[in-house]
Design a protein around this ligand. Structure first.
Ligand code: SF4
Length: 347
């Protein structure tokens, strides 16, 4: 998998683009004016592995809160600005590490120029965040939404470049995965700015994570993308888990444990679903990048999961504990979970 070459930018302490790892980001869902709640959510996100967090700035009071939020955050903060360009000044003054501007609702070039000048003085990058739901131009002029999105982004890029500003990151998000994929594929060869990938308004975790995995995963596999956000109607930490699962599935990042579990079949003689769920719950507390297998039979279990660091292959009333595909112990069914977790602790 060869990666599109992008010029890296710095968002606070985090590098996006170039050879840097694909960065995982999310967005707080608290009222930004509620400073303690927002700080607590950022801390929780950071603990889950979020590397950059975006915060909505809907009004002056939210912008004012950013200073204290920034002082208490261990990860870079990006201010999400819509409609009122003056909120970007307040955010910059508060010390944010990045701005997200939506060209669909901040359209006046003079206002944009003022924001760009202030961002340049502080060397703060700007994400040109195109959203299919709020496109700035006349849709009838374009053969497809993707072309409309790309054109809107390119126009904004040109405006920023004429202002001698190149700390740019781009996103082209749509709900529809094919539209999103098409838009990113189109823009990828047109610029060298880093690309922020996401499927917007993807939905509840069960469907939203799949929709995001399809859209983001296809692009990442093609080498397109430098940072990702999985947008889910859920607690933000679920976005982080989903983002890392996408990156782990493509061997792009290692993060925490990976559970390998067989689907079960006519050979299974234990409640494999319940066991896998229990193991998964316990693995949530582990940060080490280990692979754990829960398999339904001794016939194929160890062989099918030979990459796993440790695992269990369940038989009738007893199961085999294995490491790297080799059986190292046999345990009674009542002890499956405890012995497996004890083995994991030894890793
Ligand atoms: S590992 Fe065994 S029980 Fe699980 S699906 Fe394969 S054959 Fe069936």
């Amino acid at each position: 998998m060869s990666r599109r070459q992008s010029n890296p930018i710095q968002v606070g302490s985090v590098t996006i683009g170039g050879d840097a790892p694909i960065v995982v980001q999310s967005m707080t869902k608290t009222d930004t004016r509620n400073i303690p709640a927002t700080i607590a959510q950022i801390k929780e996100l950071a603990d889950y592995g979020c590397e950059i967090v975006r915060v909505a700035v809907p009004d002056k009071e939210a912008a004012k809160s950013l200073k204290v939020i920034k002082e208490n955050a261990s990860i870079p903060i990006i201010a999400d600005i819509h409609f009122d360009y003056r909120l970007a000044f307040a955010a910059l003054k508060a010390g944010v590490d990045g701005l997200r501007l939506n060209p669909g609702n901040i359209r006046d070039p003079e206002q944009i120029a003022k924001v760009v000048k202030a961002a340049k003085q502080r060397q703060v990058p700007i994400r040109i965040g195109i959203n299919a739901g709020s496109l700035p131009l006349a849709p009838e002029k374009y053969p497809s939404i993707a072309e409309h999105m790309v054109d809107a982004a390119m126009k904004q890029i040109k405006l920023l470049e004429t202002l001698d500003f190149d700390l740019i990151k781009i996103s082209l998000k749509a709900f529809d995965a094919p539209t999103t994929i098409e838009a990113y594929r189109m823009i990828a060869p047109l610029t060298t700015y880093p690309l922020h990938l996401g499927i917007t308004e993807a939905g509840l975790p069960a469907t939203g994570a799949i929709r995001s995995a399809v859209g983001i995963g296809i692009l990442l596999y093609e080498g397109i993308g430098d940072t990702i956000r999985v947008s889910l109607t859920a607690q933000p930490c679920e976005e982080i888990n989903a983002a890392y699962e996408i990156l782990k599935s493509l061997n792009l990042r290692q993060h925490g444990p990976t559970l390998v579990s067989c689907p079960g079949c006519g050979r299974t003689e234990t409640d494999i679903v319940a066991l896998a769920k229990s193991v998964d719950k316990k693995l949530k507390k582990i940060r080490k990048p280990i692979k754990v297998a829960v398999m339904g039979c001794v016939v194929n279990g160890p062989g099918e999961a030979k990459d796993a660091d440790v695992g269990i292959a369940c038989g009738k009333g007893k199961g085999a504990i294995f490491r790297k595909g080799r059986v190292v112990n046999t345990v009674a069914e009542a002890d499956y979970l405890s012995v497996l977790m004890a083995e994991i602790k030894l890793l």
